[in-house]
Write a protein that binds this ligand. Structure first.
Ligand code: BMA
Length: 804
């Protein structure tokens, strides 16, 4: 299970039997797994993600389910250890109740010595319907605890410590699954073990002081040996606790992606016969919130260096836990790092991720903003609920805190805002604010009791401790969730009307790629208003918002595939507008985490990666707009200003040239400038908007002293304004060294040229502008052996082709 050198352990992962209490179903379930995945694998139910099957499967969450197996024992003095159980469950050993639990975010250890017997034993876990349990607890609560009806078609999920998006979300299927979601096994009772290892570090004048505190059970008066960086320290375990200190001169530091190496060190602990290891990084991460003229700063300082946080929000890797593998999760995180991200926010409506997730973040240099698991609803604050939460916070804080990547603990997602969302809370804000603060304070105190030095932020968004104002529209301090462009239907330019100190959420939806759509819809449903397509859009009015935005910026695409493509282009443009502008405001803004990195199933959403990990066009565009050295165009009044930013540790010198680009590809020089860029954004030249003809766009290119080069195009008018010339694109395809090499040439400027493959794999770039004198060279790394067919789209082919 979690520790090495354990003798007498029995792993209970593997085949169990799954039945429902109505007696209608019986099949195998290979734990750890969720029941819905197992029912589908056994052929009892259709694929939940296909078509509108979701609605025919909601009954699953309304039933009680049971998993059983027999266990043959030679020893009876044993503990049952379960690392995750979803969620309200009763566990019986040989018919006797040994555990009743109701928190998926905790692990449980049960002494079985009174009930276990030598030979055959029967173990049985009953999963009580979360729908029924939620309703029961809501009815029993002395006053209403409202939940987000917009997000949750299955009610009362907020009454349970279950993954909140299991009850549906504005991007998730609503199935309220059940199951065992962590390891399960037996360990000898009272066997010595190390329970927690806490790491604190301080750095001063090139010396790192690392304090290691371990808590052990059944190991008193033993000597603990702790090794780090070739140093060995011994400490006595007293009252179950031992403390070891290391002083490391000139430590090899851990850095976020793009800032330096991700050096990690093994912290090896042995006490008696017990050994355990944690991999740590030597670094400091400070949250800097200092009052200033605009309000107060919000940013991360790593090893003394201010680092602009570039990243996205993480939701669970799949709606069904049994579909998640470490390998798939790693692929998603790798894609984040490949797009120059250095921070991931683990959003509060999902789960505390497994150790392997944080290991991967350590390795890839992805700092983790970790929410506690509360989102968008009101929660109870009675003693039993808070006791459960306290145990959850203790356990997860202690499990995760040593990771190099862990940057921040945040109390919740949008609970302050939710105080204004419900009639009950609006009518009696006093009651619900106190109710909220009891929960929030409990989380804070529980966290600090484990890790007093950790960075804490009360909520996201938040304007700061004890400030309960609107973090969606106030931009001078705190972290901001800026949703006006999507949820309020404002135009993309509105991103430029705010100066967030740190924008931890903002997003724009698109359709998933055709390869993902084919996972849930047949060709006869390829229509944006088809019920199957609408059922894979969970945000009320989402499809209309996509269509209305397209109408605002583009000529109308006639074919479904072109609509899907264009929805991804406009999603990319929206997020690019926000990120490039906010990066250009550094240091007033010190972070952008767009909503959202990944999808839990194939669905229309704000994600930049399709379910399964394929890169949507936004992700390709993110790889560009998150580049360390970037030049961007920002309209300011009647001018267009070119601004440069540099995230590298050292200053760079950058040369920029600007042109007016005509529809036929002709370029007119508009000037050039060389500038040094250090930590703050700088302004290069600015161009009068009137210097551009009605059918000209601004093009700019740059070269930087770090060896990077780039170019981009700024269209001062919506793209629908331009009479794009027919580019007559040709594409040559060749294969060599396991890669496909594509050369795309065009006779006139071709915008957002994108290639799709009929088989899975990854393009090195996509959504690129191609000019007549600069053919585009793309590579495609296939995932399998099948020969791909490539199809190509650009703005002209998608919106103007019928005009010849
Ligand atoms: C944010 C998130 C989620 C939601 C998203 C899109 O505020 O916190 O609740 O999915 O908005 O609406």
């Amino acid at each position: 299970m979690t520790q090495e050198n354990r003798s007498g352990c029995v792993d209970l992962a593997g085949a169990w039997t799954l039945t429902d209490t109505h007696g209608d179903f019986r099949c195998d379930i290979v734990l750890p797994c969720d029941g819905i995945t197992s029912l589908h694998a056994a052929g009892h139910i259709p694929n939940p993600y296909w078509g509108r099957n979701e609605y025919d499967l909601r009954w699953i969450g309304e039933r009680d389910w049971v998993v059983t197996r027999d266990v043959t024992l030679t020893e009876t003095d044993v503990d049952l250890v379960i690392l995750g159980i979803d969620t309200v469950a009763t566990l019986r050993w040989n018919g006797q109740v040994v555990l009743q639990c109701d928190n998926v975010h905790r692990s449980f250890r049960v002494d079985l010595s009174d009930v276990a017997k030598k030979g055959e034993n029967k173990v049985e876990i009953t999963f009580h319907s979360p729908v029924a349990e939620g309703a029961k607890r809501q009815a029993a609560h002395p006053f209403p605890i409202p939940y987000s009806t917009d997000n949750n078609p299955i009610p009362n999920g907020n009454m349970l410590r279950k993954v909140q998006c299991d009850f549906g979300w504005d991007w998730n299927i609503a199935l309220a699954p059940f199951g065992v979601v962590g390891g399960v096994g037996l360990e000898p009772h009272a066997a010595p073990r190390v329970d927690t290892v806490l790491v604190q570090q301080e750095h001063e004048s090139g010396i790192a002081t690392v304090d290691v505190t371990l808590r052990a059970a059944f190991l008193d008066a033993e000597t603990a040996t702790v090794q780090l960086c070739e140093q060995t320290t011994r400490a006595l375990v007293l009252d179950g606790k031992a403390v070891a200190r290391f002083t490391i001169k000139d430590p090899e530091l851990w850095w976020p992606n793009g800032q330096g190496p991700q050096t990690l060190h093994d912290l090896q602990i042995s006490v008696g016969d017990v050994a355990t290891t944690r991999r740590i990084g030597l670094r400091t991460i400070e949250l800097i919130t200092q009052p200033d003229k605009a309000g107060a700063s919000f940013g991360f300082r790593v090893n003394g260096r201010d680092v602009f946080a570039k990243g996205a929000n993480w939701i669970p890797a799949d709606a069904l836990h049994g579909q998640i593998t470490d390998e798939k999760t790693r692929g998603l995180l790798q894609s984040a790092a490949d797009a120059h991200m250095n921070m991931i926010r683990v959003w509060g409506g999902g789960r505390y991720e497994p150790d392997s997730f944080y290991d991967t973040c350590d390795e890839l240099g992805l700092m983790v903003w970790q929410d506690y698991m509360f989102a968008c609803s009101i929660y109870p604050s009675d003693d039993a609920f808070l006791e459960n939460v306290t145990a959850e916070v203790h356990e997860n804080t202690a499990r995760i805190q040593h990771h190099a990547s862990l940057a921040l603990w945040c109390g919740d997602n949008e609970l302050v805002g939710s105080l204004g969302w419900f009639p009950e809370t609006r009518e009696d804000r006093d009651r619900y604010l106190v109710n909220y603060d009891r929960l929030n304070r409990t989380i804070e105190m529980a966290m600090k009791s484990v890790d007093p030095a950790a960075n804490w932020w009360p909520s996201s968004p938040s304007l700061g401790p004890m400030d309960f104002r609107d973090g969606w529209h106030v931009d001078g301090q705190g972290d901001m969730h800026f949703w006006s462009v999507w949820h309020e239907g404002r135009d993309f330019d509105h991103y430029r009307d705010v100066i967030p100190r740190f924008c931890s959420e903002f997003g724009f939806q698109s359709y998933p790629s055709m390869s993902a759509i084919r996972k849930f819809a047949a060709p006869e449903d390829f229509n944006i208003a088809a019920p199957v397509l609408e059922s894979h859009q969970k945000n009320k009015g989402g499809n209309a918002r996509i269509a209305e935005t397209m109408f605002r910026y583009f000529r109308w695409p006639e074919k479904f595939e072109d609509f899907v493509y264009l929805s991804q282009v406009q999603q990319g443009l929206a997020i690019k507008t926000a990120v490039t502008h906010w990066r250009s405001l550094r240091p007033q803004c010190m972070g952008t985490l767009y909503w959202q990195l990944n999808d839990t199933w194939p669905v229309c959403s704000w994600a930049s990666l399709d379910h399964g990990g394929n890169w949507k066009l936004l992700h390709h565009m993110a790889r560009e707009f998150y580049r360390p050295v970037l030049v961007t165009a920002v309209p300011v009044g009647d001018t267009i200003v070119l601004r440069g930013v540099n995230d590298l540790p050292d200053q760079v010198s950058v040369s920029v040239r600007a042109f007016a680009l005509a529809m036929d590809g002709e370029r007119r020089d508009l000037g050039a400038q060389d500038t040094q860029i250090g930590e703050g954004a700088v302004e290069f030249l600015s161009v009068d908007a009137s210097d551009l003809g009605a059918q000209e766009m601004l093009m700019f290119t740059w070269t930087a002293s770090d060896g990077s080069t780039g170019s981009d195009i700024h269209a001062p008018h919506p793209f629908k304004h331009y009479d794009l010339a027919k580019p007559d694109i040709t594409m040559d395809v060749a294969s060599a060294d396991g890669l496909w090499h594509l050369t795309v040439t065009s006779k006139a400027p071709a915008y957002f040229v994108s290639v799709e493959s009929s088989t899975p794999g990854r393009f090195d770039q996509n959504a690129v502008h191609v000019l007549p004198d600069a053919p585009l060279h793309l590579t495609f790394a296939p995932q399998g052996d099948e020969t791909p067919e490539f199809s190509l789209r650009d703005l002209h082919s998608a919106t103007m082709a019928t005009q010849g």
